[in-house]
Design a binder for this molecule. Structure first.
Ligand code: ZN
Length: 641
């Protein structure tokens, strides 16, 4: 008998570099390896389509973006002068920040970047390259802090369209935009998303839409996207998916928003294919009035193993509902499995790259959601990459109380947080019911925090249930212990690193996590369930009794479910205001100092993998995947798209 050799696999490096407030990570696509050739070719064509629309987004973000990007690319390629000076290094950092943000404004804060090199240096470079005239074109937009200062302005009292530096509108005021897109007095049955795919301009006193379509604005880019989509059609996973792609192409060719809705409905109903994608003008965060959508694309592959987990949970949904530690009056008697699709990202493009979401729920049109529902996609390998990078950054070692806690986290932390998410999304939100006559509006501003707490508590209660080991979802209760440790650590300490000293918690997920962690800490205090200790001036929270902690999560779930089912506003207010809003200033200060010493920065984004077709006699016989490790190199390669 031949013994299988132990393969030595070098560990994948998730974090590749850090500059300014940005970390650059990589993600892996293990699911790609087990695809058939046909499926791999499909992924390849969709990935090319995902990259082909990149310039659209750059132009949407600001009218100078493409000019500045091309100049930076040219300097990086051709500059013959000394590259080892501090100023040239500052120019590289500026370029990387611009590449990362798809433009000259920060992707999150929306504030314009100011170069750390001088105007004089910039002018010298341009003279050396023989293009001195460019200085005059770009001096103001690059160096004047007050000119085009913010991409999206949301301050009340300003003309938001005039004040925002995006490029969705030309020469129009907020009042003109609002009048132009005002909804008709008689509500339509299937209203299209007005203004979604056009630039609104005023020429000779007249307002008109430049529609983004083949033959219209962004024609060159959209033609390339369409070209790749056409190649992809014969490789689609099923007929319905072929139809999805055809509808998208027709929409890109006509700009007809009715076709976009048809495409969206067909897309959300296609849930069988092992490969899925998003490609289009989707999210409206870049427009202060939320009419215009930025171009984005994601290509994803089903994560079969994770899909197996959610399938088992969905099959047993009624069992979980019946066993829940909540009042019988608030239980559902029939549960429809809500299956969110667990996917691995294969390619990110447009507004999803380099910064990316970890989950997507589309379409956005409210009437389609009400009538046809929506499709929810969890991007598992992105979450995993974040987890791994966090583990490697030293954050775990800093805030975990013992070697044992670190060991559990390294071994089971990723699985624990994935299963927590599965339970939260697939079962938690869908469980329980309201008493007759009660609506979610009763809880007003506390609703989303209560709802997130309910789903989290459902997950925390059940992740420790022997049923999960029995179903083969977890190998042992150690996974649940790792998740409990992580939840308490995060809820009481780590998440405070995202809040400024002196501020209160505002965001509902953060409020929910602190509410839960602080509540169980206090209620278990006299039984020593969670111990607070200090070592060398550092605070730690150690779970001493996991079983009792689980019971406490159950008790709070019962109360939070009661609050929701009865619409008890006063109890919701008291619970959240007592536990989830205020921050212990001394602890906050300590946590921020410990975090700062680690040098971890707040934002992260990704380098994409590269797919290379292998051809023989004009036929693709294989598609290879590679994981490049240098951000700037990838950005320079994308210059050619
Ligand atoms: Zn949730």
């Amino acid at each position: 008998m031949i013994q299988k050799q132990e393969e030595h696999k070098p560990e994948f490096e998730y974090l590749t570099e850090q500059f300014d407030d940005i970390r650059i990570l990589r993600y892996q696509v293990p699911a790609f390896e087990s695809l058939t050739l046909r499926e791999k070719i499909f992924v390849y064509y969709l990935s090319e389509a995902a990259l082909a629309g990149r310039d659209i987004l750059w132009d949407q973000n600001n009218c100078y973006n493409l000019q500045i990007r091309r100049l930076l690319e040219r300097i990086i390629r051709e500059y013959k002068g000394d590259r080892n000076t501090a100023e040239f290094q500052e120019l590289l950092v500026y370029a990387k920040k611009v590449f990362f943000a798809n433009g000259i404004h920060h992707h999150y804060s929306m504030d314009k970047f100011l170069p750390a090199f001088s105007r004089a240096y910039f002018r010298d470079i341009l003279i050396e390259m023989g293009i001195p005239e460019v200085f005059e074109d770009l001096e103001r937009v690059m160096f004047d802090p007050d000119y085009m200062a913010k991409r999206v302005v949301l301050d009340e009292g300003k003309d938001l369209i005039r004040a925002s530096a995006n490029h969705y509108y030309v020469n129009v005021t907020q009042a003109e935009v609002e009048a132009f897109y005002r909804s008709p007095a008689v509500p339509e049955e299937c209203p299209v998303s007005r203004g979604l795919n056009s630039t609104l301009v005023k020429e000779n006193g007249e307002l008109k839409e430049l529609v983004w379509k083949v033959g219209g604005k962004y024609s060159a880019e959209l033609s390339r996207v369409v070209g790749w989509l056409e190649k992809a059609i014969p490789y689609a996973c099923n007929e319905r998916q072929q139809n999805v792609i055809r509808l998208l192409i027709d929409y890109y060719k006509t700009g007809n928003l009715k076709l976009f809705d048809e495409y969206s409905i067909e897309w959300l109903q296609e849930v069988e294919a092992p490969i899925d994608f998003i490609n289009g003008f989707i999210e409206v965060y870049g427009d202060p009035l939320a009419y215009k959508a930025s171009w984005e694309s994601v290509v994803e592959i089903v994560d079969r193993e994770a899909g197996e987990r959610t399938r088992k949970l969905a099959e047993n949904a009624l069992w979980f509902e019946q066993q829940a530690p909540i009042d019988e009056r608030f239980k559902k008697t029939e549960v429809k499995g809500v299956v969110a699709r667990v996917m691995q990202v294969a390619m990110l493009g447009g507004d999803c790259h380099p910064a990316t979401p970890i989950g997507i729920n589309l379409p956005n049109a409210e009437w389609i959601r009400e009538r046809y529902g929506s499709k929810s996609v969890t991007l598992d390998n992105i979450t995993c990459a974040y987890d791994q990078a966090a583990r490697d950054s030293g954050g775990l070692d800093e805030f975990a109380a013992s070697e044992e806690e670190i060991r559990l986290a390294r071994e089971y932390g990723s699985l624990g947080s994935s299963v927590h998410t599965d339970l939260h999304e697939c079962l938690g939100h869908g469980s329980g019911k309201m008493l007759p006559g009660i609506t979610t509006e009763a809880l007003r501003n506390y609703y989303s925090t209560i709802e997130e707490a309910r789903a989290d508590l459902f997950a925390l209660y059940y992740i420790m249930d022997p049923k999960l080991v029995e179903l083969g979802i977890l190998p042992s209760a150690d996974v649940a212990r790792a998740e409990y440790n992580s939840y308490i650590r995060n809820g009481l300490m780590v998440q405070l690193t995202r809040v400024k000293l002196g501020d209160r918690l505002e965001e509902s997920h953060m409020r929910n996590r602190q509410t839960i962690a602080a509540w169980v800490y206090e209620k278990g205090k006299d039984r020593g369930v969670i111990e607070r200790l200090e070592k060398d001036g550092k605070t730690f929270f150690v779970i001493r009794d996991f079983e009792t902690l689980r019971t406490l999560f159950g008790d709070l779930l019962a109360e939070v479910q009661r609050i929701k089912s009865e619409g008890d506003y006063e109890a919701a207010r008291r619970l959240i205001e007592t536990y989830g809003v205020n921050i212990d200033r001394r602890l906050h200060e300590e946590v921020l100092k410990r975090y700062e010493r680690l040098g971890i920065v707040p934002y992260a984004g990704f380098i994409n993998p590269v797919y290379t077709p292998v051809e023989e006699n004009g036929q693709i016989v294989d598609v290879r995947i590679a994981y490049p490790a240098d951000f700037l190199t990838q950005m320079m390669e994308y210059a050619g798209y």
